[in-house]
Design a protein around this ligand. Sequence first.
Ligand code: MP5
Length: 216
Amino acid sequence: MSLSRQLLADNAALWRTWMPHRFTQAVAEGTLPRPAWLRWLAQDYRFVAEGLRFLGALLAKAPPGAVDALAQTLAAWHGELALFREDAGREGADLAAPPAFVTQAYGDFLLSVAYTEPFAVGWAVLFGVECSYNDAWRWAREHAAPDSPYRPWLENWGSDAFGAFVQSLAERLDGLEPQLAPEVRKRMDVRFAQTARFEQLFWEMAWHGDAIAMVP
Ligand code: MP5
């Protein structure tokens, strides 16, 4: 089994929590509560904006063959911010809202990976970030009505074009496998599983808000 498939197989139970999550299911059904939509808009904007730093730090340690792909990804993430601003302006979402706990923690996690882990581990995390969103939004796209108001977002991450981009990330990851030291391979498992966990928690936050249930 290829490295990218192995990582996905090892985290299949977590992956299923957003295929669909209640949030993406409600997106598809057109029943998403407005506060959840506004919260997701503001928090995901923040995630992508902070994610630029992750990509920049990863770019600094990229091998020559990965520089173009990373620079293009950085430009794409940056371009995506305009889509958020457009929708937030129309919908009245507050893009200056403070980060939710998980948004802050996920961004900090990404930066820490970029600075402290070998490049290959950072690439595996990037693959996890993009593949999880592709899978979540592709599910929603396949189940949404043609005139869904969320169409720009369904196309942004759920389209075949985005799927092909994720596939290119997977292929580059698989290409790194023969040179991986066993301890780097192990770090990849750890960081990829953490990425999947952050994705799950991000959907939970988008749906429920930032409240933490107190154990009595
Ligand atoms: C992505 C995202 C995909 N926007 N938000 C989360 C929580 N996970 C993954 O990243 P990008 O930059 O939008 O492709």
